[in-house]
Design a protein around this ligand. Sequence first.
Ligand SMILES: [Zn+2]
Length: 176
Amino acid sequence: MKLLCGQMLGSLATWLRFMGFDTFYATDQMGDDELMQIAKDEDRFLITQDKELIFRARKRDILVISIYSTDLDEQLRSVISKMVVDIEQILSRCSLCNNHIIPIKKEEIKKRVPVKAYQNQSQFWLCHQCNKIYWRGSHCDQILKKILSFQKWVIISFYICFLHQKMQCLHILLEF
Ligand SMILES: [Zn+2]
Protein backbone atom coordinates (compact mmCIF):
# COMPACT_ATOMS: atom_id res chain seq x y z
CA MET A 1 0.00 0.00 0.00
CA LYS A 2 1.29 3.44 -0.93
CA LEU A 3 1.43 6.33 1.52
CA LEU A 4 1.29 10.12 1.50
CA CYS A 5 2.71 12.04 4.46
CA GLY A 6 1.34 15.52 5.07
CA GLN A 7 3.47 18.53 5.91
CA MET A 8 5.45 18.50 9.18
CA LEU A 9 5.86 14.71 8.96
CA GLY A 10 9.21 14.65 7.16
CA SER A 11 10.97 12.40 9.68
CA LEU A 12 8.11 9.93 9.56
CA ALA A 13 8.23 9.92 5.74
CA THR A 14 11.97 9.23 5.83
CA TRP A 15 11.54 6.28 8.19
CA LEU A 16 8.67 4.85 6.19
CA ARG A 17 10.94 4.95 3.15
CA PHE A 18 13.65 3.15 5.14
CA MET A 19 11.04 0.50 5.83
CA GLY A 20 10.39 0.19 2.12
CA PHE A 21 7.03 1.93 1.85
CA ASP A 22 6.34 3.97 -1.28
CA THR A 23 5.92 7.30 0.54
CA PHE A 24 5.07 10.62 -1.07
CA TYR A 25 5.99 13.59 1.10
CA ALA A 26 4.04 16.82 0.67
CA THR A 27 5.91 20.03 0.00
CA ASP A 28 5.11 23.29 1.78
CA GLN A 29 3.50 24.66 -1.37
CA MET A 30 0.86 21.94 -1.60
CA GLY A 31 -2.62 22.69 -0.37
CA ASP A 32 -5.06 20.26 1.18
CA ASP A 33 -7.06 19.85 -2.04
CA GLU A 34 -3.93 18.88 -3.96
CA LEU A 35 -2.91 16.38 -1.30
CA MET A 36 -6.33 14.76 -1.32
CA GLN A 37 -6.28 14.59 -5.11
CA ILE A 38 -2.88 12.86 -5.12
CA ALA A 39 -4.02 10.42 -2.43
CA LYS A 40 -7.13 9.64 -4.48
CA ASP A 41 -5.42 9.42 -7.88
CA GLU A 42 -2.48 7.34 -6.68
CA ASP A 43 -4.44 5.25 -4.18
CA ARG A 44 -2.35 6.34 -1.21
CA PHE A 45 -3.13 6.34 2.50
CA LEU A 46 -3.12 9.95 3.65
CA ILE A 47 -1.12 10.32 6.85
CA THR A 48 -1.73 13.58 8.65
CA GLN A 49 -2.15 15.28 12.00
CA ASP A 50 -4.39 18.01 10.55
CA LYS A 51 -7.86 17.41 12.01
CA GLU A 52 -9.65 19.44 9.36
CA LEU A 53 -7.86 17.55 6.58
CA ILE A 54 -8.70 14.22 8.24
CA PHE A 55 -12.36 15.19 8.28
CA ARG A 56 -12.41 16.40 4.68
CA ALA A 57 -10.46 13.40 3.36
CA ARG A 58 -12.74 10.88 5.03
CA LYS A 59 -15.75 12.61 3.48
CA ARG A 60 -14.12 11.96 0.09
CA ASP A 61 -13.54 8.28 0.94
CA ILE A 62 -9.79 8.71 1.13
CA LEU A 63 -8.05 6.23 3.43
CA VAL A 64 -6.58 8.20 6.33
CA ILE A 65 -4.11 7.37 9.07
CA SER A 66 -4.42 9.94 11.84
CA ILE A 67 -1.32 11.03 13.73
CA TYR A 68 -1.85 12.32 17.26
CA SER A 69 1.67 12.34 18.64
CA THR A 70 4.76 14.41 17.93
CA ASP A 71 6.96 11.47 18.98
CA LEU A 72 8.45 9.71 15.97
CA ASP A 73 8.21 6.20 17.44
CA GLU A 74 4.56 6.73 18.29
CA GLN A 75 3.94 8.03 14.78
CA LEU A 76 5.62 4.97 13.28
CA ARG A 77 3.55 2.64 15.45
CA SER A 78 0.38 4.38 14.29
CA VAL A 79 1.26 3.63 10.68
CA ILE A 80 2.77 0.16 11.13
CA SER A 81 -0.22 -1.05 13.12
CA LYS A 82 -2.23 -0.68 9.92
CA MET A 83 0.37 -2.04 7.48
CA VAL A 84 2.24 -5.23 6.77
CA VAL A 85 5.89 -4.50 6.25
CA ASP A 86 7.47 -6.39 3.37
CA ILE A 87 10.77 -7.52 4.83
CA GLU A 88 12.33 -7.67 1.37
CA GLN A 89 11.67 -3.97 0.82
CA ILE A 90 13.54 -2.71 3.89
CA LEU A 91 16.26 -0.23 2.85
CA SER A 92 15.27 -0.59 -0.79
CA ARG A 93 14.26 3.05 -1.32
CA CYS A 94 16.02 6.38 -1.38
CA SER A 95 15.19 8.22 1.82
CA LEU A 96 15.42 11.56 0.02
CA CYS A 97 13.23 11.04 -3.02
CA ASN A 98 11.42 7.71 -2.57
CA ASN A 99 12.88 6.12 -5.71
CA HIS A 100 14.08 2.52 -5.63
CA ILE A 101 17.85 2.24 -5.23
CA ILE A 102 19.72 -0.27 -7.35
CA PRO A 103 23.11 -1.98 -6.94
CA ILE A 104 26.04 -0.31 -8.67
CA LYS A 105 29.55 -1.58 -9.36
CA LYS A 106 31.97 -0.51 -6.69
CA GLU A 107 34.53 0.86 -9.12
CA GLU A 108 31.94 3.21 -10.66
CA ILE A 109 31.52 5.22 -7.47
CA LYS A 110 35.09 5.24 -6.18
CA LYS A 111 35.49 9.02 -6.40
CA ARG A 112 32.10 9.73 -4.87
CA VAL A 113 32.30 7.97 -1.50
CA PRO A 114 34.62 8.37 1.52
CA VAL A 115 37.83 6.34 1.27
CA LYS A 116 36.99 4.38 4.42
CA ALA A 117 33.58 3.39 3.11
CA TYR A 118 35.10 2.35 -0.21
CA GLN A 119 37.69 0.18 1.52
CA ASN A 120 35.32 -1.42 4.03
CA GLN A 121 32.23 -1.99 1.93
CA SER A 122 31.73 -4.39 -0.94
CA GLN A 123 28.23 -3.36 -2.02
CA PHE A 124 26.87 0.01 -3.02
CA TRP A 125 23.51 1.21 -4.30
CA LEU A 126 22.55 4.26 -6.34
CA CYS A 127 19.38 6.31 -6.59
CA HIS A 128 19.03 7.26 -10.25
CA GLN A 129 16.58 10.00 -9.38
CA CYS A 130 18.73 12.13 -7.06
CA ASN A 131 22.11 10.40 -7.54
CA LYS A 132 22.57 9.59 -3.83
CA ILE A 133 24.82 6.62 -3.10
CA TYR A 134 24.08 4.16 -0.31
CA TRP A 135 26.13 1.52 1.48
CA ARG A 136 25.71 -0.55 4.62
CA GLY A 137 27.46 1.67 7.13
CA SER A 138 26.88 1.82 10.87
CA HIS A 139 23.81 3.97 10.24
CA CYS A 140 22.19 0.93 8.57
CA ASP A 141 22.67 -1.10 11.75
CA GLN A 142 20.94 1.63 13.73
CA ILE A 143 18.09 1.76 11.25
CA LEU A 144 17.57 -2.01 11.31
CA LYS A 145 17.73 -2.13 15.10
CA LYS A 146 15.10 0.56 15.32
CA ILE A 147 12.90 -1.21 12.83
CA LEU A 148 13.30 -4.49 14.75
CA SER A 149 12.23 -2.77 17.95
CA PHE A 150 8.70 -2.72 16.57
CA GLN A 151 7.99 -6.25 17.70
CA LYS A 152 4.52 -6.62 16.33
CA TRP A 153 5.33 -6.26 12.70
CA VAL A 154 8.66 -8.05 12.99
CA ILE A 155 6.78 -11.21 13.94
CA ILE A 156 4.41 -10.74 11.01
CA SER A 157 7.27 -10.03 8.65
CA PHE A 158 9.26 -13.05 9.80
CA TYR A 159 6.18 -15.18 9.26
CA ILE A 160 5.78 -13.85 5.73
CA CYS A 161 9.48 -14.41 5.17
CA PHE A 162 9.19 -18.05 6.18
CA LEU A 163 6.15 -18.48 3.99
CA HIS A 164 8.11 -17.38 0.98
CA GLN A 165 11.24 -19.18 2.06
CA LYS A 166 13.28 -16.04 1.75
CA MET A 167 15.96 -17.23 4.08
CA GLN A 168 18.43 -14.66 2.84
CA CYS A 169 16.39 -11.86 4.41
CA LEU A 170 16.32 -13.67 7.72
CA HIS A 171 20.05 -14.14 7.69
CA ILE A 172 20.56 -10.41 7.23
CA LEU A 173 18.19 -9.49 10.05
CA LEU A 174 19.34 -12.17 12.51
CA GLU A 175 22.75 -10.55 12.54
CA PHE A 176 21.17 -7.78 14.56
ZN1 LIG B 1 16.93 9.64 -4.42
